[in-house]
Design a protein around this ligand. Structure first.
Ligand code: NAD
Length: 263
């Protein structure tokens, strides 16, 4: 199937590893030009090198801290100047710190607001003027199954990711007339460093190994396993493509059936 992604320019945030990296890899497979961004210079350069070697094409990397609106603005100015205007924005971020209501500080709340919600709003604001002129654009936010079913001990994720899908739905209503779609992907348990970090915390609490905790997570899901980053990236790539042109304002789970509700 031709996804008609050849020649488009995508910006994927938080892409040095995990879901962001897999997305960059899959989009490059489809001929998309990609700019990848992350806060860690060594990691993002290593990721860019890996992608370049694999696809034998240039990939552009930018160091940007998604916890800082100034860093986002300056990085985006650089992207625009050096690589051009963005057709596809994949808003990803590092996971906010785990914790329940009693354990979180004011600083945790303020940081998670910028990291999860405000950064995605700012990036949408930066890419939209050109998408409107071109009358084509894709904005895809990576959220979590926590937007449909809150996860214990992930108070910040449960709160701000739900805010993000509210924003995305409202924005999709406003920009549909420009042929711009805005959608959210909600991963379930996905084997990346984020999952290993969460599994470690739970394993320590239970006095079991991290491997056993990951196995337990997998067994709790109807498909009886945790997912892989490329299984999330497949949906993101489809949503970025021409074939998803009539899907907007949607939140689609890739969770092995973990969410218990019918919608
Ligand atoms: P990951 O840990 O593999 O990758 C996180 C990426 O975020 C890295 O590239 C890292 O450099 C980048 N990053 C972290 N802080 C940053 C910052 N301040 N500025 C810029 N970049 C930053 O994580 P992942 O599993 O790929 O998760 C991606 C997103 O999906 C996260 O928000 C995570 O919470 C969410 N999610 C993951 C799972 C899962 O099971 N893995 C499930 C649901 C939701």
């Amino acid at each position: 199937m031709n996804l008609y992604l050849n020649g488009k320019l995508a910006l994927i945030t938080a892409a040095s590893k995990g879901i962001g990296f897999a997305t960059a890899d899959m989009l490059m497979e489809e001929g998309t030009k990609v700019v990848i961004l992350s806060s860690n210079k060594n990691n993002i350069e290593a990721a860019a090198y890996k992608l370049k070697e694999k696809h034998n094409r240039d990939v552009f990397s930018i160091v940007c801290d998604l916890n800082s609106l100034e860093s986002i603005f300056l990085s985006y100015e650089k992207v625009k100047k050096e690589f051009g205007e963005i057709d596809i924005l994949v808003n990803n971020c590092g996971g906010p710190v785990p914790g329940n209501f009693e354990s979180l500080s004011d600083e945790d709340w303020d940081k998670a607001y910028i990291q999860v919600l405000r950064s995605a709003v700012k990036l949408a604001e930066l890419v939209l003027p050109n998408m409107k002129i071109k009358k084509w654009g894709r904005i895809i936010n990576i959220t979590s199954l926590s937007v449909k079913q809150p996860v214990d001990n992930l108070m910040l994720s449960n709160t701000f990711r739900t805010g993000l899908i509210g924003f995305a739905k409202s924005l999709s209503n406003e920009v549909g007339k420009y042929n711009i779609t805005v959608n959210n992907v909600a991963p379930g348990y996905t084997l990346t460093s984020r999952l290993i970090e969460l599994a470690e915390i739970r394993a320590n609490e239970k006095g079991i190994t991290t491997e056993d905790e990951i196995k337990t997570m997998g067994e709790s899901v109807p498909l009886k396993r945790v997912g892989g980053a490329y299984e999330i990236a497949s949906l993101i790539t489809f949503l970025a493509s021409e074939h998803s042109g009539y899907i907007t304002g949607s939140t689609i789970a890739v969770d092995g059936g973990a969410i218990k509700s019918t919608f």
